[in-house]
Design a protein around this ligand. Structure first.
Ligand code: GLU
Length: 308
């Protein structure tokens, strides 16, 4: 079992110093125009521990667009509220394809490979709409409850920008509908999906919000959202499918369950110990933050916290 050092702030400073060279490299996502203006030189890193510590360095209190990191919370809620029914409609295998690819979906008859590619997340949102009537509201309530703060929410400009440039996601939704894999009107599912992706949070807030995954399903108030097995399985899917078509490389370098977003954030879980969230907007060709992966790799090395 890995142990975090006594002086966690010093460790985070060291990770930051040793990965500073990669901050600002890569390309800020611009296919959602509202994201293109985010300064590439930002870097934040935060750790929240299961015993209640929260530490961060750099821009760890600055809010950014969480994008696909939201998919973890949508999945957790759906499994927690609705059990395993979802798995009849979405797989659990890495896609090896870009996160918004239509090709695989066509070959596999409208069943997305996993819940962390866009098609899979649309199925999750559709199910959450049937179960709660308000997926983005349910995701926000979970996030706010776990952080203990309702000062963050959906960035309306990013949500609008996503909707205005969301034809590919719409195509995925309508394609799955044609295969009988959507229960609700696609435009409503898309609206919730875009707003969920457009939630803005800081590294510190995201690390706190995800601690239930390090605690094997137990929420901040000690209620259980997920069974231990469900939490373990979400961590497994994060490890195998959380970094787009570079999930293998992420497991190789970092060795932790993680989920990245095109806003430049990556959330990682060290089961039973802590969560780590890093943000730096410069992305590699697969859509993962270059400085973010470098920082998590160094964090895992220095703490011996890889699950392998
Ligand atoms: N809202 C983005 C999209 O649907 C999410 C992409 C991501 O972060 O992976 O394209």
């Amino acid at each position: 079992m890995p142990r975090l050092p006594e002086d966690l702030p010093e460790l985070l400073e060291r990770v930051r110093a040793e990965t500073a060279g990669s901050v600002g490299t890569g390309k800020v996502a611009d296919y959602i125009p509202a994201l293109a203006s985010v300064p590439a030189d930002r870097f934040g890193l935060a750790v929240a521990t299961v015993d209640g510590q929260l530490h961060g360095v750099g821009d760890w209190r600055e809010r950014f667009s969480i994008q696909s990191i939201s998919k973890v919370f949508g999945l957790a809620l759906t499994l927690g509220l609705d059990g395993d029914r979802l798995w009849q409609r979405v797989g659990r295998e890495p896609s090896g394809d870009p996160f918004n690819s239509l090709v695989q979906l066509e070959l596999e008859h409208g069943i997305p490979r996993n819940p962390f590619i866009n098609a899979g997340a649309l199925v999750v949102t559709d199910r959450l709409l049937s179960v709660t009537g308000d997926p983005v509201g349910a995701v926000l309530a979970l996030l706010r409850g776990e952080v203990g703060d309702d000062g963050f929410g959906v960035d309306p400009l990013v949500a609008e920008s996503e909707a205005a440039h969301g034809d590919l996601n719409a195509a995925l939704g309508y394609f799955m509908s044609a295969h009988g894999n959507m229960d609700n009107p696609i435009r409503i599912v898309l609206d919730h999906y875009f707003r969920q992706c457009a939630i803005a949070m800081s590294c510190g807030e995201l690390a706190q919000a995800a601690l239930f995954l390090a605690r094997h399903g137990t929420l901040r108030d000690e209620r259980r959202l997920l069974s231990e097995v469900q939490a373990k399985r979400i961590n497994a899917i994060m490890l195998t499918c959380g970094a787009y078509d570079a999930a293998g490389e992420f497991a190789y370098r970092v060795g932790l369950p993680g989920k990245s977003g095109v806003g430049g954030g990556i959330l990682a879980v060290v089961p039973r110990l802590c969560t780590v969230c890093v943000w730096s907007p410069g992305l590699d060709d697969q859509g993962n933050s270059i400085a973010g992966v470098a920082a998590l790799e160094r964090f895992a090395q220095l703490t011996g916290s890889s699950v392998f």
